[in-house]
Every structure is written in C-alpha cells, then in structure tokens.
Design a protein. Structure first.
Length: 315
C-alpha cells in the first residue's frame, strides 16, 4: 500500500485527490492549516481507516515515512492569494522546501503542483513547457506567480544537488465539485451569480480566454504519475487544450442554469492574462493522458454541486 502525504489536502484539489487515492487503496496523510482548505471538504473521509488528517502549517517542518509527497499547499485563486500575499509566497517557498527536505531524508518522491501562472501573460500561444513566461515580479499577482516559480527552482535544485525524485506539473484552470462558493475563480463566480439570479461579472471585454479542465480529469493525471515506475521530472502541462472566451462561458452557464442573469463588464485586473491554453503534447506522450470530460458535462456536474449547497449558505 503506497503512503502519500498531501500538503494542502483539505483544499479543492487535495480533497478530491484524497478521495480518489483512498478508493485506489492508498494510505493518505492530509496536512492542512485550514487557511483556505476546510474540514467540510474531508468530513466524509475522516473515518476511513487509511486516512489521517493533521492540522499543520507546512511552513513548519513535518515528518512522515511515506512513498510520495504531493504539494498542493497554496491558495490558488487571485482573490485568496492576494489576501495574504506574504503568506502565499512563504507557503510556496518554505512549504516546498520542507517537503523536499522530507523527501531527501526518507527517499520519498515529490510531486509539485505548479501552475499555468508560471507563464504570466503569455506572449506565445498555446503555452509549451519550454516557454519561460512573461511574469511581472512586482505585480499584485507576483506573490503566487513568483512563489510557484521559486518552488520549481527548489525542485530542480534538489533533483540536481541531492537526487531527489521530484516531478513538476503545471496546472491550468481546473473546476468542479468541491470548489468553495467564494473561491473567486471564474467558474464558481459565474455559477453562484447565475443561481442567485445576479448579473454575471466579466472582467475586461469578455474576449480573453481560459482553458477549463474538469477536476476528475486532472486527478486521473495525478494518479498516473503516482503509479509510474519510471521517474519523470517534467515540467508537464496539465489542462484542457480547448479554450473558451469569458463571454461564451458566461452565456453557457446562464443557459445551463436557466438563469435570468445579464452580463456586466468591469475593468480587467492588473496583470490578468489575456489568453491561457496549454499544449499537452508532453502529457499525452509521457502519461498517456488527456481530458475526456466535455465542458457542458463538467459544468452541469458543478452546477448540481452548487445547487446542493444549502440556501442558507447563499445568504
């Protein structure tokens, strides 16, 4: 039975990964300081015999005997990571350093969840892994962008200097059941607004794009990596190569929710990327992976999830 430590295991991705790993007979240790994660996400897992939750800030050292360490410990939406930018940056650097030190001590493998934000506001499209990006190092998003870039550097140097087997994946926009209603990312924002019959807020003129990957597809890629016998460093893009404009996404969600909402337009935030689309050729070659859930099916699953949240939580 493989033992996996998930840093940030009570968050959106961490809880979905925990659930899938338990279904596949892994032993899971979930570390989270609950700053953005929630015990609600894992309440159905706490009594599982192979699941252990430890409330812990990964900026402080931790110790386990394990086979894999998966680093998901960071707020991922601009709304949340900008609330405490110093905390975001130090979590990405110090948390990654502590996880890599544990991997070095125990011989565990390390999976770093990096991000498409590495590419900033990209000047090439779609984005390939050998593109170095266009990132503002002193902008309002830099706490996250540069935090993830520093984490990738740590993984690279631990691999070179100490032979730690670290794998980097760059995650593009992911959505699905388990997102917080106040997550701040576009899919949850639009769905919650539509269900509440509020106007959907579009930043900019609606022509900027995102590539949206359903969470189940992303988790399948994670599991493939954890089960690989060969070591792959990466980085590897993980996301849906199909892009959609924010105008089209908003209208599709209005249609699927049968909402009477209208669209309103506000200024685009500073450093917000105009386009975001992964080239996943490497993931197809190395992992034999590509997304299979179409956007409408994924959105309907996510809409049904948000409909299931109590009326009180919308007030």
């Amino acid at each position: 039975m493989l033992k996996v430590v998930i840093m940030g295991g009570a968050g959106f991705l961490g809880s979905n990964l925990s659930r899938t790993l338990l279904d596949n007979k892994f032993e899971v240790y979930c570390l989270d300081n609950l700053s953005t994660g929630s015990t609600t996400n894992i309440h159905q897992l706490v009594n599982h015999p192979n699941f252990t939750f430890i409330e812990h800030d990964v900026r402080n050292k931790f110790s386990f005997n394990c086979d894999w360490i998966v680093n998901l410990a960071s707020p991922a939406s601009p709304l949340r990571y900008q609330l405490n930018p110093v905390g975001t940056l130090t979590t990405n650097f110090q948390g990654t350093l502590n996880g890599l030190e544990l991997a070095r001590e125990t011989g565990a493998k390390f999976l770093q969840a990096s991000t498409s934000e590495i590419y900033g506001d990209p000047e090439i499209h779609p984005q390939v892994e050998n593109y170095w990006g266009n990132v503002n190092p002193v902008g309002i998003r830099s706490c996250y962008d540069e935090g993830k870039r520093a984490a990738e550097t740590l993984c690279s140097d631990f691999a070179r200097q100490y032979s730690v087997k670290s794998t980097i994946v760059r995650i593009f926009n992911t959505y699905g059941p388990g997102m917080a209603r106040d997550d701040g990312r576009v899919v949850s924002n639009f769905i919650v607004q539509a269900l509440e019959q509020k106007n959907l807020t579009i930043y900019g003129d609606g022509t900027h794009t995102r590539s949206l990957c359903f969470v189940d597809d992303l988790i399948k890629a994670f599991v493939k990596i954890l089960l690989m016998t060969d070591y792959v460093f990466g980085p590897i893009n993980l996301g849906n190569p199909s892009q959609i404009t924010m105008f089209d996404l908003a209208n599709q969600i209005i249609l699927l929710t049968k909402s009477k909402s209208q669209l309103i337009y506000v200024d685009l935030p500073n450093d917000d990327p105009k386009k975001r689309q992964p080239d996943i050729s490497l993931a197809k070659k190395i992992l034999g992976w590509e997304p299979t859930v179409d956007l409408e099916s994924g959105l309907m699953s996510t809409i049904d999830y948000f409909k299931g949240i109590t009326v009180r939580s919308f007030q």
